[in-house]
Structure formats: C-alpha cells, structure tokens
Design a protein around this ligand. Structure first.
Ligand code: FAD
Ligand code: SF4
Length: 284
C-alpha cells in the first residue's frame, strides 16, 4: 500500500530472499527418500512444531538459535528468517470473520461485547485482499464462512474429505473444505495448484499465497521500493526533540556492521519481534 501510494519504502529483512525453485527441495520427496522417513533420529525433533527433516533447512532451529525464556519453561516459537517469513510454509487457511464473530453478545452466548462494525463493513476489504492474494473457496452460503467474491474458484475436496462429507451428510453434520489462499488458475508468475498436498514443505510452483511469490515480485523494480536482506533490525531510534520514531538501527548479518536507516514512518512487521524491537527503543 505504501509503495502504491508513492512513498519511498525500505524493507529490511533479517534473512535471505529464497528462490522457490531451489529452496523447497524436499517438497515432492517421498518418505522413503528421506533419512528416517523425514521424522529424524528418535528424539531429534521431539517437542518442535513443524520442524523435521523435510523442513529443517527452512526454519530457525529453536534449540540452536535460542532466546531467553522464563526459568523452568521450554517455550519455543516456530520462526522462518527469510523474505516472506512463515507465509512460505503456512497452511493457507484463511477464514473471514463472520457476523456472529463480530457480535458475540447478541448472536452467540451473551458474553463479551459486540463490535461496533459489521461483516458488511469488512466484506469489501476482504474482497480486495483476497483478489490480490489469490483464493479458492469451498462452498457458498455458510454463515460460519462468509464469502462474497465471485472471482474465487471451487477447491475440489480430496478423496478423504469427500468420504467425510458423505458420512457427515448421513448424520446431518455438514462438512465443508476449508477456504485456502491457493490459486486454481495460473496468475502472474504463479501456477495453478497441482494438488500435491505438500504445502507444509513449501510450494515450488508458488500456487499458495506467500509474500515472497505474490507481493515482493510486484514491488521489486519499482523506483520507490528497496529490499535489503540480511538486515537484522534491533532498535527503533527516536528523535529526542519530538519523541517520535526517526528510524531504526540494524546489523548486516554478513559483516556484523551496524547501520542506521532514517525514516519518517517506521512499520514493525513481524508479530513476535515487533514488541522486542519496541522494547529496545533508543533515544536519541
Ligand atoms: C506451519 C505453519 C502453518 C500455519 N498455518 C496458518 C494458516 O493456515 N492460517 C493462518 O492464518 N496462519 C497460519 N500460520 C501462521 C501465519 O503464517 C503467521 O501468523 C504469519 O505468517 C505471521 O506473519 P508475521 O508477519 O507476523 O510474521 P512472519 O511471517 O514470521 O514474518 C516475520 C518476518 O520478519 C523477519 N524478521 C524477524 N525478525 C526480524 C528483525 N529483527 N529484523 C528484520 N526482519 C526480521 C522474518 O525473517 C520474517 O520474514 C501458520 C504458521 C506456520 C509456521
Ligand atoms: S501445488 Fe498446491 S498442494 Fe502442492 S504445495 Fe502448492 S499449494 Fe500445496
């Protein structure tokens, strides 16, 4: 949005920019082609979410690259340090908030408060975002999964889901495939999904939405956009006169040199590291 509005944007990314043709090398490997069938030596990946022999080269290993936790706790956070972050391996499930999600008090159990906005206020923005990202929809007319967009295409249920749907119909429980940010026709430099089902390990055809495949290519080459990879932001800098952010300090992870980027506006992207960067604000 900022680039489209004409602002000069510098995107700082701690990791590299992957080439999807080479990085997702395990995507189509069968378990018998992987050491320990991809599950690792006994105990190797115990307690780690989504990290296994298929994906170890994608994720930051929480036992090697550690961070402080409260004494006696073993919390770990699944991270990807590369352009696109975890959208490179996310499960693509993208639900809209339904009217009853926004009105829990009047439409659900009476608890909480209703939001002052309705689904109809959000719907045009969902339409815009989903058109940009590329979506497939499972079914129309479900209150729990509202959808208005006519550009969406029908995602065919896999065999196991068809069986579940059939069984569900018999006992009166509707079963619908989930909405996914997956392309069902070729678009830009991305191909239609070929239903390999290995989304957890990446997607070499760019069929699922990721910032790397769907957004960054549209920005690269624009005069007012610069992507700087291997740049670890570690501090927000404040203007002592105004008390407002005037930029960030970052470390180039290749040479460990510290740099300063000046800006009128600082947007901290990642949900987890934003609080950390906010906590290390420096004045000046
Ligand atoms: C396996 C898996 C399945 C998932 N499935 C779903 C799903 O089906 N539906 C759903 O809605 N969500 C899903 N999620 C969650 C979703 O992917 C994340 O919520 C979302 O990607 C978070 O976006 P983010 O921008 O906050 O962080 P990230 O996607 O993690 O992006 C953070 C970015 O910031 C960079 N960065 C971090 N620290 C710094 C720093 N100091 N300096 C510079 N750059 C930095 C990282 O390298 C990365 O590029 C899934 C996640 C995973 C891992
Ligand atoms: S081609 Fe389709 S099923 Fe295979 S990884 Fe990509 S989005 Fe997932």
């Amino acid at each position: 949005m900022l680039v489209n509005k004409g602002l000069n944007v510098l995107l700082l990314e701690i990791g590299p920019k992957w080439d999807r043709n080479t990085i997702f090398r395990t995507e189509h490997s069968w378990p018998y082609e992987m050491p320990y069938h991809g599950l690792g030596r006994p105990g190797q990946y115990d307690g780690l979410w989504k990290v296994n022999a298929y994906t170890e080269h994608l994720y930051v290993h929480p036992r090697i690259d550690r961070y402080a936790t409260a004494p006696g706790t073993d919390f770990h956070w699944t991270r990807i340090h590369a352009v696109g972050g975890r959208t490179n391996t996310w499960a693509r499930v993208s639900l809209r908030m339904a009217e009853w999600d926004l009105k829990p008090k009047s439409m659900q159990d009476g608890a909480g408060e209703d939001w002052p906005i309705s689904y109809s206020d959000l719907a045009p923005y969902y339409d815009k975002a989903e058109d940009m990202l590329g979506y497939s929809e499972p079914a129309k007319g479900w209150q729990c999964c509202p959808t208005e967009t006519t550009m969406l295409r029908r995602l065919q249920p896999a065999a196991v889901k068809s069986s579940l749907m059939k069984g569900g119909r018999k006992i009166g429980i509707p079963v619908i495939p989930v909405r996914k940010a997956i392309l069902l026709k070729n678009r830009d430099n991305r191909s239609a999904c070929h239903y390999c089902g290995n989304c957890d390990y990446g997607c070499a055809t760019g069929s699922r939405f990721s910032s790397l495949d769907a957004i960054i290519p549209q920005l690269l080459g624009r005069k007012n956009f610069t992507l700087r990879t291997q740049a670890a932001v570690h501090r927000v800098l404040l203007d002592p006169k105004t008390g407002k952010a005037r930029g960030v300090e970052f470390i180039d992870t290749r040479n460990n040199l510290t740099y300063e980027a000046r800006a009128r506006v600082v947007v901290l992207g990642p949900a987890r590291w934003s609080p950390r960067a906010s906590c290390s604000i420096r004045n000046p």
